[in-house]
Structure formats: C-alpha cells, structure tokens
Design a protein around this ligand. Structure first.
Ligand SMILES: *Cc1c(COP(=O)(O)O)cnc(C)c1O
Length: 385
C-alpha cells in the first residue's frame, strides 16, 4: 500500500501542509468490507463525519454503501453526492428543529433517536408536516468499548442514547405517538475499538433487547449496531486494511434473533482512516538542552487528534538520511498540546524535508480549524498525480 516516499519529488512541488489520499487503498478497503458481508443481510453505512471530501464520498457511494450522518448538513451532503434517502441514517444527541424538518422532508431511512424528549419533538414536527418519522431508538447498552475515554459512548455516564432502565416507560409513551414509526434499535459503543469481544458483549445485549421489543408487540425491521471498528495506528504499513472478516464474524456468530432482521453497521474510521496522510514540511530543527525538536508547518489546526485525545499517528520521514536522531515533532500553533509525538527516532532531518503523518484519513481534515488564522488545508488525491 501507500508507499508514500515514491511521491517525494511530486510532493516537493505542492504547497505544504496538505492531505494526501490514496484512492486505490480506499477502494481495496471498501472491497474487503463488501467481501466480508457478501451473502448476508448486513448493510454498511459510511459515517460521513470521519471524512466528507467529495471524491471519498463518491467512491464509497459507488461501492454501494449507505450513509450515516450526524447533522443536517451531512444529510444534505449525502443526498447531493447521490446516496438514496432510504439509505441515510441520522444520529446525534442535539438535532435542531430545522435539521429534523429537512430530514423528514427528504424521507430518510431512520432518525436514530437519543432521548425521550427528542422523540416527542420529532413527533410534534412530523405531525405539523403531516408526515410519519421513521426512527430507531438509540439505546445505551452500557458496554465498555475499552477505548480512550473521550471516544467511549456506550456507558451509562455518556450523554448518548436511552438507558435500558428507562425503556419500558419510553416504549409505553411512544405507543401513544401517531407520527412515529419505530423501525429499529440502534447502538454505537465508541470508536477505535480493537477488542472484538466488546462487540460480542454488544450482540448479547442486542439479542435480549430485540426480544424485549417483540414481547411488547413492537415489530422491528432492523438492528443497527453502529460503528467503531479500530485501525492499526502503530503499524499501518503492515495492516492497511482492518480485520473486517473477524469483525463481521462476531455478529454472524453471536446475534441470535428469532425473526431475521436487517443488520446495519456504521463504519467511519475503518473505511477512510488508512487511506489518508498529512504531509508536512520541516521548518526548523531546534537542538534544545534536553530535547531536539522538529518544528513542522502542520499543527493541531490541521490534525487535532493528538491534542484532543492523545492520539498517535505514525510519522515517516522522506529525508533519506541513514543517520537517526531522537526528536519531538511539534507544530507552529501557540499551544503546548500542539505536538504530534515526543522522543521518536527518525532519520536525521533538515529544513525542507517532508514528513507524513499516516492513518490520517478519518477525523483529520474534517476537524481542521482556523485557530491562529490558519489557511484552509488542501487535499491531493492519488488520481491527481
Ligand atoms: C461516529 C459515529 C460512527 C462512526 O464511528 P467510527 O469509529 O468512525 O466507525 C457511527 N455511528 C455513530 C452514531 C457515530 O456517532
């Protein structure tokens, strides 16, 4: 995959920093995911929030995936790209009235509803428009995703989803709503989940809950188990494609539903994460008293994950030197958390050498911001070179 140093001379011509996307790897990744679900009633929605650049969305759509959105603008984007409304799920704890009206008008697959109060509001808005809203109840399964606490979403202390203890009350109340059609139940336990046993736990919870719904006369047509499959940030060159077969097998082997439901998945990071890299240039080499710093022209404004949740991206150097040095790699932004890694061994680097921060295709460019009045960051695709 992504033998990036082959592009050294082409990259030298492009203003840094920039994101580079390997669309061949993206196609291999979507292909591997599709192979793993062939012959099943599994459906994959791509989570736009991981990366919503047009060429990436177009490819994912052409591969036959649905869309998973967390804002009205993402729903609009998905429709513009050509995703069918009946393949668009819309989640999020704080949907606004405007977003709800818009998505109702488009006739999306399901609102994944996160609280009783939200369902009441959707019922009211749908009533005003003379429509019925398709919803799935997002249930907080209280399953630990064993990931960084900032990207855990399925525990009782998290803001997401309806707690199991409230379910009886919620179901009773929804039965009185004329403009709500409960089609499914939805979960999402967190992101960058590497221990697949967490998904086995989720399956066991889902089995129980589907039974509970059916016993109350609520007939569901789907179960949405969310996303979160992790990627290998430490060794992306060896493992560019996530273990889709193992992941989907957990669901094949552990879901036991008395009536066959469609099973929906919402994968973001595992689809687009490995196909992107942030390319940056060394501005200055600073030999300090205790440390040596490579000061590069990308910062937390272009790739926020290290500052936001102590994430690490593998850094490779294009310098070509056979001598090694130990460096802290830091950005230009006026914050001490603007650091990509500390004490790492890299080929000895000089001003003008390029570095690549690998595995940056998800939650990278989408989180870029303008702090310090930074320029917009551009995207280069393998098909452009
Ligand atoms: C973010 C999110 C996803 C995608 O998560 P990944 O870890 O990128 O797979 C899926 N579903 C919901 C509801 C989300 O919020």
């Amino acid at each position: 995959m992504l033998n990036l140093t082959q592009y050294n001379s082409q990259f030298q011509e492009i203003e840094t920093p920039f994101y580079f996307y390997d669309l061949d790897l993206l196609r291999k990744t979507t292909g591997a995911a599709k192979d793993a679900i062939s012959g099943t009633n599994f459906h994959i929605h791509y989570a736009l929030k991981a990366n919503s650049n047009d060429p990436i969305l177009k490819l994912v759509k052409e591969e036959g995936f649905g869309a998973d959105c967390v804002s009205g603008n993402e729903v609009r984007k998905a429709i513009e790209i050509g995703f069918k409304p009946e393949e668009i799920a819309f989640a999020g704890v704080g949907k606004t009235d405007k977003e709800i009206k818009y998505a109702l008008g488009e006739g999306i697959f399901a609102f994944n509803c996160e609280s009783m109060h939200e369902i009441e509001v959707i019922n009211e808005i749908a009533s005003g428009l003379g429509k019925t809203a398709n919803i799935a109840l997002r249930i907080n399964p209280n399953v630990d995703a064993q990931t960084h606490k900032h990207i855990t979403t399925g525990l009782e202390e998290n803001k997401f989803g309806i707690n199991i203890s409230e379910l009886d009350q919620v179901i009773e109340k929804i039965n009185g709503f004329q403009h709500i059609n409960v089609r499914g139940i939805h979960f999402h336990i967190g992101s960058q989940v590497l221990n697949l046993d967490n998904y086995r736990q989720l399956c066991l919870k889902a089995n129980e809950l589907v039974k509970l719904f059916h016993s109350k006369g609520m007939i569901l047509d789907h179960l949405n188990v969310g996303g979160g499959l992790g990627i290998d940030y430490e060794d992306p060159e060896t493992n560019p494609i996530p273990p889709f077969a193992d992941y989907f097998n957990v669901f094949k082997n552990n879901l036991e539903l008395e009536k066959p439901l469609d099973i929906h998945f919402e994968l973001g990071r595992s689809i687009s994460g490995q196909c992107g890299a942030l390319i940056t240039k060394v501005l200055y080499v600073k030999y300090g008293i205790k440390k040596n710093f490579l000061i590069v022209d990308a910062g937390m404004t272009e790739l926020m994950r290290p500052a936001l949740y102590q994430a690490k991206h593998k850094i490779i150097s294009f310098s070509g030197s056979i001598d090694k040095e130990t460096y802290d790699v830091v950005g230009p932004i006026c914050e001490s958390t603007d650091s990509f890694d500390v004490g790492i061994q890299l080929p000895k680097s000089n001003r003008g050498d390029l570095l690549a921060l690998l595995s940056s295709g998800a939650y990278g460019q989408v989180m870029a911001n303008k702090y310090n009045m930074r320029d917009d960051i551009q995207a280069i695709y393998s098909s452009d070179l």
